[in-house]
Design a protein around this ligand. Structure first.
Ligand code: PLP
Length: 430
């Protein structure tokens, strides 16, 4: 497979962009090799600068649930461009978008549009603090909520300890207000809440985790969290930037039947444009400026072109709810096929899957939290990743990411992916 143009671009990019990329995982650092520079995408496929074509299993890290350059969305964007790019004033489209989200997402009675998932989560915890008058937040080890300072905290030496910054530049003072606990562990959570009684403003969680690979909540886990948050007056925030409009039209909260107080959204909601949102109970959302005192703003928030893409995406998903049944079936078929191959090769690896999200973990452990995810053999994953790439299947360039199916990945493509998977596993001689 030729890679000359991508390699040249990467060398050039590194001179002007830190690490040559505008978001770290894109640099292929944890899998080896050079990133492919993509020039075009359509349907299930990406095409790189050397004209290699790949079946895309990331979909721009989630948004492209209907495949790339989906016709009706493209049309809406084209139409919108003709009316101007940004007005810095309210628009009809923002009202349409807000009504759609409130209609589709069970917990959302009011919503504020922002420009990314990171903005949504940062704003949601500020709101939880403003609403409760408390300072601390709880997050879960291995969950990612964007690059806001408060979220770049790991557990340190155990769930009961104070967090410590994951990145230079995050102050200890910020870290002290973020408490981290292992995912899927009810006891650790109950203990940390007890120890910090009356001090916790909010709890933020990926109801299904995508950011340590795909990790599902244990039975009853989300219900337990809902109950304890209500009892302790902690604002429960579901970060549905990944799961929103993916695991069901109403997100993981619809799928699991658990209603948070606030929900953060991104990715699919923008149809591929830079959009995020946070919303929830009216009583809490009315704290947001200018209706309330919690300040949050954005020059490009509710951008008319981005809204046009997002509205068309949500309208399409709402109209064609069968999409979710089809995606569930495709996800299961793929996971079952991978498990079958593993069995055939007598490899004990783990496959986690729900709907159109899945991960193949290079470990024989059941992956239920960050600790078990970390048992993966990332070196071998890197070899596998590159074998898949050579065979034209573009996976996420990290073991600790979920993969995403789009509606464009049909039975024929699933067969192709499974064939590439079996051959790749054979070739790396496990
Ligand atoms: N929350 C979750 C669950 C995410 O997966 C991400 C990004 O991957 C974010 C928040 C941050 O979103 P963004 O990259 O749009 O800032």
């Amino acid at each position: 497979m030729k890679n000359k143009n991508s390699t040249k671009l990467f060398e050039e990019a590194k001179q002007f962009i830190p690490g040559g990329v505008n978001s770290p995982v894109r640099a292929f650092k944890s899998v080896g090799g050079n990133p492919r520079f993509i020039k075009r995408a359509k349907g299930a496929y990406l095409t790189d600068e050397d004209n290699n074509k790949y079946i895309d299993m990331i979909g721009s890290w989630g948004p492209m649930i209907l495949g790339h350059a989906f016709g009706p969305i493209e049309n809406e964007v084209r139409k919108a461009v003709k009316s101007g790019f940004s007005f810095g004033a309210p628009t009809k489209k923002e009202v349409t978008m807000a009504k759609l989200i409130c209609d589709l997402v069970p917990s959302v009675e009011m919503v504020r549009m922002v420009n990314s998932g990171t903005e949504a989560t940062m704003s949601a915890i500020r709101l939880a603090r403003a609403y409760t008058g408390k300072d601390k937040i709880i997050k879960f080890e291995g969950c990612y909520h964007g690059h806001g300072d408060a979220f770049l905290i790991s557990a340190g030496s155990g769930a009961m300890s104070m967090g410590h910054p994951d990145s230079p530049g995050v102050t200890q003072a910020t870290a002290n207000d973020t408490l981290t606990v292992p995912y899927n562990n009810t006891e650790a959570l109950a203990q940390i809440i007890k120890k910090n009684k009356g001090k916790i403003a909010g709890l933020i969680i990926e109801p299904v985790v995508g950011n340590m690979g795909c990790v599902l909540p244990n039975d009853g886990y989300l219900a337990f969290i809902r109950e304890i948050c209500t009892k302790e007056n902690i604002v429960l925030i579901f970060d549905e930037v990944m799961t929103g409009f993916r695991l069901a039209i109403g997100g993981a909260q619809e799928r699991f039947g658990i209603t948070p107080d606030l929900t953060t959204m991104g990715k699919i909601i923008g149809g591929g444009m830079p959009v995020g949102a946070y919303g929830g109970r009216k009583e809490i959302m009315e704290m947001v400026s200018p209706s309330g005192p919690m300040y949050q703003a954005g020059t490009l928030s509710g951008n008319p072109i981005a809204m046009s893409a997002g509205i068309e995406m949500l309208k399409h998903l709402k109209k064609h709810k069968d999409i979710y049944k089809d995606l569930d079936e495709a996800g299961l078929e793929l996971a079952t096929g991978i498990r079958k191959s593993l069995k055939e090769l007598e490899i004990d690896y783990t496959v986690n899957q729900i709907g159109s999200m899945y991960s193949l973990f290079f470990t024989d452990k059941q992956v239920v939290d960050y600790e078990t995810a970390k048992t993966c053999d990332t070196k071998t994953f890197g070899l596998y990743f590159n074998k898949m790439l050579e065979k034209g299947v573009y996976l996420a360039p990290s073991q600790f990411e979920s993969l995403f199916l789009s509606t464009k990945i049909d039975k024929k493509l699933i067969k192709k992916i499974l064939k590439a998977n079996l051959e790749s596993l054979k070739e790396i001689k496990l």
